[in-house]
Design a protein around this ligand. Structure first.
Ligand code: ATP
Ligand code: MG
Length: 174
């Protein structure tokens, strides 16, 4: 199972200029005080996976540019790049930029259509449908249908607690 390794942001919502968020692990927890940007981070990911503007808590795309919420956008473009890492440690960079009220999409720096962008995202199991929610194709259903042992295995894999299983068993017997 691949994972989101890093996000590179430029003038998106609460981030001014170029900012790097990450590296992430397979399982991450975002904490912070009210208004510190937790939901903005989810908005950045949602934006990068092609969410419609209506799902990004703004009226127009340009409202996502840093400073636009107070009528002072720092520039007329903004960008979010999502570095996706597959099982072989191979990286793919999905980048969406704002140009006025339009978006531009790039994969590994190459300009692509929205259709192609979404197609490539679907190949890694990302289907953008719900508000602020990334639906991994087939995953919700299979998780719900898994038997409890399978579900436990999956959660152990995500949070990497499996790595400590042997040590845990040894210490339990000691
Ligand atoms: P809560 O715990 O209340 O849900 P949060 O951590 O999810 O808070 P966010 O909604 O992510 O907070 O961030 C809100 C902040 O983002 C606000 O303080 C607002 O000033 C800032 N913000 C929103 N849009 C922009 C923008 N275009 N430019 C700069 N800052 C922005
Ligand atoms: Mg929030």
């Amino acid at each position: 199972m691949g994972y989101l390794k890093q996000i590179d942001i430029e003038n998106f919502k609460s981030w001014r200029g170029k900012q790097v968020i990450g590296p992430f692990l397979r399982f991450n927890c975002v904490i912070g005080t009210n208004g510190s940007g937790k939901s903005n981070l989810m908005d950045a990911v949602s934006f990068a996976v092609g969410e419609r503007v209506a799902s990004l808590r703004v009226k127009r795309l340009r409202d996502l540019i840093h400073g636009a919420h107070i009528g002072q956008p720092v520039q007329d473009t903004s960008r979010v790049s999502m570095r996706y890492c597959d099982d072989d440690d191979q990286e793919t960079v999905f980048c969406r930029s704002i140009l006025g009220d339009n978006s531009e999409y790039r994969i590994n720096g190459i300009h692509v259509t929205l259709a192609k962008y979404m197609e490539e995202l679907e190949k890694i199991g990302i289907v953008t449908k719900a508000r602020n929610c990334l639906v991994y194709q087939g995953a919700v259903e299979s998780i719900a249908l898994n038997d409890p042992k399978e579900r436990t295995k999956m959660l152990e894999c995500i949070c990497q607690s499996k790595e400590y299983a042997v040590e845990y068993e040894v210490k339990k017997k000691a």
